[in-house]
Design a protein around this ligand. Structure first.
Ligand code: SAH
Ligand code: SF4
Length: 364
């Protein structure tokens, strides 16, 4: 067994190297975290870019076993922001120099939804004079719809693969065509082919998940040539089927630490991608996102959903900041990023350098 500092000086990593690194503790873990932070500074700099997150609807056609807003959870108060509310939130992002917004919601495959999103993209671009970058995170859609939204002006898309272990994927989803691993993977290929900056991610600390699975997830990101990753701890929600296994989970602290190790390792593995410090990190530790930034993340997604609705976008228990209005979050974030020794890229898109390199290569 090699020691961690030897492992960290390698330029490529095998599955067993990654597994060993994911299991390190104490001084070795500190070395891993420091290396993640140092690699980030060298390759993407100190800047942290904002993506104002608008969780515009919690209505969802799907029934993922882990998610609090799954279709079968009848206790959820469903909401759908009006176009005006979404445009107002985007205006807030623009005025506060967030640079970009993310439109996220439950999944909806209707033509009316596709049409609505197209119009919103066009409006946001128009109202901000093209200043705001737009990331979408609205699940699995047809190639045609993805193309339409790209042409309307969206240029990044986040679709987490959730886990690359197909048998685990089947355990955490209903067995039907709407929850098919290969379909989700094909969607990621579609997005990449269309020309989106393509983002994915996994949940960390799922029931039945092993460090071997997580090592495979990291290798998958690398082999796929992903441009952006948003990954974070799985946090159980008491009104979901997966809650049944909550007693078998790693402790919440262990899931948090494992998530930081995944971020640090991914930064070492894929030096020039964008990595988001997921909100779920902050649900566990009040400085969770800042810790994510310290070990290698460079993107933060402040929630700018109007406060009124935030309580109802409960993917998991104890979601942070649900009582605050966006303006309150802002002052708080400035101070937090400074604490993590970062600078905020105000008014900048902060596109993935990896994407630029990948697409430049293709056009030669
Ligand atoms: N409906 C879209 C986008 C909204 S859900 C989609 O599924 O792609 C966004 C992400 O929330 C999911 O990809 C999932 O990884 C995460 N999520 C859902 N339930 C969660 C939980 N209990 N703990 C942590 N993350 C969760
Ligand atoms: Fe719907 Fe996304 Fe939740 Fe699955 S994870 S139930 S698709 S909102």
């Amino acid at each position: 067994m090699s020691n961690i500092s030897e492992l960290l000086s390698q330029s490529s990593f095998s599955h067993s190297d990654l597994e060993q690194l994911l299991q390190c503790e104490g001084e070795e873990k500190k070395l891993l975290f420091d290396t993640g932070g140092a690699v980030k500074e060298i390759h993407v700099g100190k800047k942290v870019y904002f993506r104002g997150l608008i969780e515009f609807s919690n209505i969802c056609e799907k029934d993922c076993f882990y998610c609090g807003i799954r279709r079968s959870n009848q206790t959820v108060r469903r909401y759908n922001l009006t176009d005006n509310e979404i445009l107002e939130a985007a205006k807030f992002a623009d005025e506060n120099k967030y640079g970009s917004v993310v439109l996220q919601s439950g999944e909806n495959s209707s033509p009316a939804f596709a049409e609505r999103i197209s119009n919103l993209i066009i409006q946001i671009k128009k109202n901000s004079n093209g200043r705001l970058g737009i990331t979408l995170s609205v699940g699995e859609q047809s190639d045609r719809v993805y193309r339409r939204w790209f042409e309307a002006g969206a240029h990044r898309y986040l679709l987490r693969i959730e886990t690359t272990n197909q048998s685990l994927y089947r355990k955490i989803h209903p067995q039907n065509k709407a929850h098919d691993f290969n379909h989700r993977l094909n969607c990621l290929h579609s997005l990449q082919n269309i020309g989106y900056q393509t983002g994915t991610g996994v949940m960390i600390g799922l029931p039945f998940q092993t460090t071997g699975d997580l090592a495979n997830d990291l290798l998958f990101f690398q082999q796929f040539g992903i441009d952006m990753v948003g990954m974070g701890p799985y946090i159980e929600h008491f009104q979901t089927p997966l809650y049944e296994f909550h007693k078998d989970l790693l402790t919440i602290k262990q899931r948090f630490e494992l998530s930081l190790k995944m971020i640090a390792l991914l930064r070492i593995l894929m030096k020039d991608i964008n990595i988001a410090a997921a909100t779920a990190l902050q649900a566990i530790d009040p400085f969770g996102r800042e810790k994510g930034i310290k070990v290698g993340a460079n993107i933060i997604m402040p929630n700018i959903t109007p406060g009124l609705y935030r309580n109802d976008y409960t993917l998991y228990d104890n979601k942070p900041c649900i009582d605050e209005e966006p303006a309150q979050c802002k002052g708080c974030l400035d101070a937090r990023i400074a604490l993590a020794d970062g600078e905020i890229g105000y008014g900048e898109w902060g596109d993935s350098i990896h994407f630029r390199r990948r697409t430049d290569k293709q056009s030669i």
